[in-house]
Design a protein around this ligand. Structure first.
Ligand code: MN
Length: 246
């Protein structure tokens, strides 16, 4: 069986030795483990047109990272919205629209979920503490290890996510200070935290269009999250078998 090439977005630059930071390593390991050939989509690539980036890829992983510029959802930036990387926004947002339009399988993780929502016209809490003070703690970044499961999510039993992982209630890690405020039209919220925050979305009428607010790549010691990456690889293979046509 062929090894599907799965593109993954990153805010990092290739370093002189061609090695990567530990964060990117987790995504690479999860994809390798699931049987994929991961292809980092650096913002330094000369041509960032989505059709050029997606050429030869069988699926796309929209990875975690810093905050999306609120320009892309028509808000002024607040002081708590940080680490904006304009080049990454400009690579990922058109690529997300392209993946949806061309029915290329994709998985969004953390920032990746937010990119999908913004690409489709939704918006974000620029900071959950500030804009949704009743929310539970979602930001364990730098406080606990990246695999620390901090809160439960309730998953819609009818969702693709529930079908893949086989459970509808599970404790996940939480390394985000932003989240979905207004859900984009056409996107389905398929998991919520107990404070009501959207923790997963799916795009209907798409072979595999999923995104989660947590970090499954840091929890591949659990069968559920290995199953999620395996499902992405199965969808990638199917996409190739069908001649990369929707
Ligand atoms: Mn969370």
């Amino acid at each position: 069986m062929s090894t599907p090439r799965i593109g993954l977005t990153t805010g990092l630059l290739p370093d002189e030795n061609g090695t990567f930071s530990s964060n990117l390593d987790s995504y690479l390991d999860a994809l390798h483990q699931a049987g994929a050939d991961p292809i980092p989509l650096y913002t330094t690539l000369p041509d960032k047109q989505p059709e050029v980036l997606a050429k030869g890829l069988s699926a796309i992983l929209f990875c975690g990272g810093g905050d999306i510029s609120p320009i892309h959802y028509h808000q002024d930036q607040t002081p708590l919205c940080e680490t904006v990387n304009p080049a990454r926004d400009l690579l990922e947002i058109p690529l997300a629209r392209y993946a949806i339009d061309k029915k290329i399988p994709f998985l969004g993780i953390c920032r990746g979920l937010q990119v999908i929502n913004v690409a489709l016209g939704g918006n974000l809490y620029q900071d959950i503490h500030e804009e949704k003070p009743e929310a539970i703690e979602h930001n364990y970044y730098g406080i606990r290890s990246r695999h620390y499961r901090s809160h439960f999510v309730s998953i819609d039993p009818a969702s693709k996510l529930a079908q893949i992982i086989g459970v509808t209630h599970i404790k996940v890690n939480s390394l985000h200070h932003q989240g979905i405020n207004v859900l984009a039209q056409g996107l389905h919220a398929t998991a919520h935290a107990r404070d009501g925050l959207v923790e997963a979305v799916e795009f209907p009428d798409h072979p595999f269009g999923l995104a989660v607010q947590w970090h499954p790549e840091e929890m591949t010691d659990s069968a559920e999250w290995r199953a999620l990456f395996s499902a992405l690889v199965v969808a990638a293979r199917l996409y190739v078998q069908k001649g990369r046509k929707p």
